[in-house]
Design a protein around this ligand. Structure first.
Ligand code: MD3
Ligand code: FE
Length: 271
């Protein structure tokens, strides 16, 4: 057990003893032994009274899901941890369905490098790259067919996350779906192939955790590292729309939803 976990355990015990004494004092029958306080009630008390931020604690028990939180990264950018946790299994299922019609593939950059992240799309247009450049294409170059339609559940999730971040009536045209395995990474870049420079990009993380690289408006600015987990959503638009960002090489692992992979959905207003 690490130091943080030991501190959490100690804190938990103190809370338990304190609440037990409190309940005993209030008990109408002085002789009666009070029932032990359920651990969930203690955790709720810790959270409710803001004694510790639940997300700052190492989980006490593996089966305690963390409540969602909203963290402002900078003007125009928020991180909504756990926002999509409940829908995550259904989202992963939709991705599998989309990938049957439009298979994941490793795109080649204009510079001739094959990307380590595998990609596919759904929506009115899809983001593609080849030796001629980057573009949004209404057809999947691999099949010549239109991209699979954006599922209603994707649209609703993206719109409610955007609204939470202050962007009303978000109606994305495209959803780029990125699949990472151990070692896959995305170098520092800006997303600038979209006409609407204010509408946010909404990013949904599924499966294995990753580290977001989060820089400034110039490539030379320092880069922060931000761990994201399955169910976390990041929204960035307005003044934060053109920050440099990327994803550090994925660590290997296994996730109940996605196995050895991380999947990221990025919603974009293209036109
Ligand atoms: C913006 N994909 O496909 S969010 C992309 O995880 C792309 O696959 C990421 O960037 C992915 O173009 C999705 C990356 C990110 C991370 C941190 C940020 C964007 C950020 C911090 C602030 C603003
Ligand atoms: Fe990007």
């Amino acid at each position: 057990m690490n130091q943080a976990a030991r501190q959490n355990m100690a804190f938990f015990r103190i809370m338990q003893i304190g609440l037990t004494i409190l309940c005993r004092d209030r008990s109408s029958q002085p002789g009666a032994e009070p029932a032990p306080i359920p651990r969930q009630a203690i955790i709720q008390a810790i959270i409710r009274y803001g004694l510790l931020s639940p997300r700052a604690m190492t989980p006490l028990f593996d089966d305690d899901p963390l409540p969602p939180s909203c963290e402002r990264l900078e003007e125009g950018a928020v991180l909504l941890r756990g926002f999509a946790a409940a829908q995550a299994p259904a989202l992963v299922e939709e991705v599998a369905r989309i990938a049957q019609a439009a298979p994941f593939r490793h795109l080649v950059t204009p510079g001739g490098y094959t990307m380590s992240v595998a990609m596919t799309n759904c929506g009115r247009v899809g983001w593609v790259s080849d030796r001629t450049g980057y573009r949004y294409d209404p057809a999947d170059p691999a099949t010549g067919s239109p991209w699979p339609a954006m599922p209603e559940s994707f649209l609703n999730l993206a719109a409610s996350a955007a609204a939470e971040a202050g962007f009303a009536r978000y109606d994305p045209d495209a959803c780029l779906i990125n699949r990472y395995i151990a070692g896959s990474k995305l170098g520092l870049h800006q997303d600038r192939d979209e006409k609407d420079a204010w509408a946010p990009i909404v990013s949904v993380s599924l499966g294995l955790p990753a580290v977001f690289l989060w820089g400034g408006k110039r490539r030379s600015e320092p880069v922060r590292r931000l761990r994201v987990e399955s169910g976390d959503i990041a929204v960035w638009g307005g003044p934060a729309r053109f920050v440099y960002h990327g994803v550090a090489p994925l660590k290997d692992g296994l996730h109940a939803l996605t196995g050895a992979a991380r999947i990221n959905l990025t919603f974009r207003k293209v036109f």
